[in-house]
Design a protein around this ligand. Structure first.
Ligand code: GAL
Length: 674
């Protein structure tokens, strides 16, 4: 089928296009097509919020306008990623079927309004979505322009309505079988909260139970499963009516209300919406943070993902709508590709004239012409991506991974203690990620259900909950020669949030050669320090600051490499190493500063003899690579406002960018080598 053959013969370039807002402006639609062609746009996402134009009254369908637009895009060789419209429903639907409206945790039902706020359990909503999805599938399944389906938009949130309560109880019954098992798993004897039957269970609420950790954790798992089930229902409606194109749904940055891995199982491609806050801190730090999200999205399926949305200009919902400095739009676009995306897409192609997003950046702004700075940079980026078409065949290969687990995060951040003023999980994981990246390595970001076996080093920071047999997996990994880096506050609870008995990190004390005895929480602003142990085998020589959490460990075979400098635990181990089987297990005892991570990881990487993509990476420069057979594509990106001197190897072919020993401000060099 033409629509599938075409999918990745080039990098997808385009974005969300909302022609339903412009149906009464035929000249605008004509101009849009011409401008899209000029900008080298080859695909748009259509129909994300079109339900009220597609079905203005119940059972009355108007698809002709959409068909007309899809036809015209196709005539212009622009492909379509077609959305199902469930992200925002028409007013009539909520009026006729009020139980599709969400109920909040305080049990108040929403009025009609906003978007992304329907009940995922409601049979009425499911039925209406099924009907419209089937009709879309019947109409567009064979259209050669339609290369992919985009299911709904940014699934999220939760509903506490009676239908959801019943579904939650059923889910729990299925999981625990009998109420005694649930009582034990949730430790309900505490405060005399024992349940007599599943029927007594209510979702967490500020009017009821908020602090029952097992309940909170299972509720979050249920919300994920219910959302995934709803999404699956949407997908089946398309498939049953014959649509064969691949399917995606768009995820969000570090979104903590869902475990995205579960949704990813149902889609062919993971995609996500990327809206970094640029030019507030050092841009390279924003680039690393964004890079970690790209890598997380890629690692879910270990194959190319899609950048579904990004902002070409200022993002109006952010606290400050900063415009992008020249070069950054291109750099941020290239960054996605460098990390394994096969697309660069924007929100939005044409800036809406009214409504919440009327000042959100767009490829075509209210002025409407091509002589704008943003349009010129969009065009330049489009041309560049066109020239890089062959890259779609390549993949990112990472020798190391960071373990970053959402379920563990839910449990850890919900717990009381050891620091209710912030545990900094994301920031801590980012320190490991950044240390690998600054040392020139590609990184996968995996969760506990994935296998660590393919990597040489696994960093597993703050792995509070052990689940999915991670103890066994990590033990085997180290036994077989892997290098494990764990930190304080790991292996504390089991899958239902009950504390492990008999010493922590649970079942890995033999691998790590130590046992955590106490953890000290520091006040905001309070610090301790790491001092090198003289003659330590990694030749660490500097001292570093640490804060927030300091683990006091008892050594059982591990060797200290650094020790605390202050407080009564001065001289206690702060960084340790233990040989286990054919591998090594390191343990970082406290929340140390980024420079510690950089220096320490550099030594470990060298010890493991892992070759960086590029040696001596200067500050402000990000380096990534993709590989296809014997060809490596290397991306060297400058995230500073100045030209930076970068040494590149001799045996390379530069594919894009100007290199004279330096890389200009906010510019990239892409080269190829065998
Ligand atoms: C996304 C959303 C888009 C648009 C965009 C604006 O989260 O999916 O529909 O609202 O934000 O930045």
């Amino acid at each position: 089928m033409d629509n599938q053959k075409h999918l990745f013969d080039r990098l997808i370039y385009g974005g969300d296009y909302n022609p339903e807002q412009w149906i009464d402006y035929p000249d605008i639609l004509k101009q849009d097509l011409a401008l899209m062609k000029k900008a080298h746009i080859n695909a748009v996402t259509l129909g994300v919020f079109s339900w009220s134009k597609l079905e203005p009254q119940e059972g009355v369908f108007h698809f002709e306008w959409l068909k007309e637009i899809v036809d015209r895009l196709y005539e212009h060789d622009i492909r379509v990623i077609l959305a199902t419209p469930s992200g925002a429903r028409p007013r009539w639907l909520a009026e006729k079927y009020p139980q599709i409206l969400r109920v909040r945790e305080d049990r108040a039902r929403h009025l009609y309004g906003e978007r992304h706020n329907h009940c995922y359990t409601s049979p009425d909503y499911r039925e209406k979505v099924r009907i419209i999805n089937q009709k879309l599938s019947e109409t567009f399944k064979d259209h050669p322009a339609v290369i992919m389906w985009h299911i709904s938009n940014e699934y999220g949130g939760e509903c506490h309505c009676p239908l959801c309560q019943t579904a939650f109880r059923k889910w729990l019954k299925n999981k625990y079988q009998n109420i005694d098992a649930l009582n034990h798993a949730w430790w309900t004897t505490f405060w005399s909260h024992t349940y007599n039957s599943f029927e007594q269970i209510e979702s967490p609420s500020s009017l009821g139970d908020e602090g029952l950790h097992g309940l909170n954790l299972d509720w979050k798992r249920f919300v994920t499963d219910q959302t995934a089930d709803f999404m699956h229902h949407e997908i089946l409606a398309l498939r049953e009516s014959g649509a064969l194109q691949p399917i995606t749904t768009n995820f969000m940055y570090d979104y903590t209300c869902l475990n995205y891995y579960k949704l990813a199982e149902y889609v062919d491609f993971v995609s996500w919406d990327n809206y970094p806050i640029w030019h507030r801190h050092q841009d390279i730090l924003t680039a690393y943070d964004t890079g970690m999200q790209h890598d997380l999205m890629r690692s879910m399926k270990h194959k190319p993902f899609l950048l579904m949305e990004s902002c070409p200009a200022a993002t109006n919902w952010q606290a400050v709508s900063k415009i992008k400095k020249p070069g950054l739009l291109t750099n941020a676009s290239i960054q996605a590709v460098a990390h394994g995306s096969n697309s660069v897409q924007f929100f939005q192609i044409r800036q809406c004239r009214g409504g919440f997003e009327k000042f959100h950046g767009a490829v075509i702004d209210h002025y409407g012409g091509e002589d704008t700075r943003v349009f010129r940079e969009v065009t330049k980026t489009g041309l560049l991506l066109e020239q890089l078409s062959e890259i779609t065949e390549s993949q990112v290969e990472a020798p190391v991974a960071v373990l970053y687990d959402m379920e563990s995060r839910w449990a850890m951040e919900n717990a009381k203690g050891p620091r209710n003023e912030g545990l900094f999980y994301h920031e801590t994981a980012l320190k490991s990620y950044q240390a690998f990246r600054r040392n020139g390595l590609n990184v996968d970001v995996i969760n506990m259900e994935q296998s660590p076996d393919a990597y040489q080093i696994i960093a597993a920071p703050m792995l509070y909950m052990f689940r999915a047999g991670i103890e066994e997996k990590l033990k085997r990994f180290v036994q077989n020669g892997g290098t494990l880096i764990m930190t304080y506050w790991s292996g504390i609870v089991n899958e239902t949030d009950l504390c492990h008995l008999g010493g922590t990190p649970h079942d890995l004390t033999d691998v790590l050669g130590l046992r955590s005895e106490e953890i000290d929480a520091l006040y905001n602003g309070e610090v301790n320090h790491f001092l090198p142990v003289e003659g330590n085998e990694l030749q660490l020589l500097k001292s570093y600051t640490c804060r927030h959490l300091c683990d006091l460990v008892q050594l059982k075979g591990a060797v200290p490499l650094m020790e605390y400098a202050d407080d009564f635990y001065k001289g206690y181990p702060a960084l340790t190493v233990h040989k286990y089987g054919n591998g090594y297990a390191y343990y970082i005892c406290a929340d140390a500063e980024p420079d510690f991570y950089y220096d320490f990881y550099q030594r470990v990487i060298t010890t493991r003899q892992i070759r960086p993509i590029l040696d001596n990476i200067p500050e402000g420069i990000e380096v990534s690579s993709r590989i296809h057979k014997d060809t490596e594509y290397v991306f060297v990106q400058n995230y500073t406002g100045d030209a930076v001197a970068v040494g590149l190897p001799d045996d390379i072919t530069i594919l894009s960018g100007n290199y004279d020993g330096t890389i200009s401000a906010y510019a990239s060099i892409i080269f190829q080598r065998k």
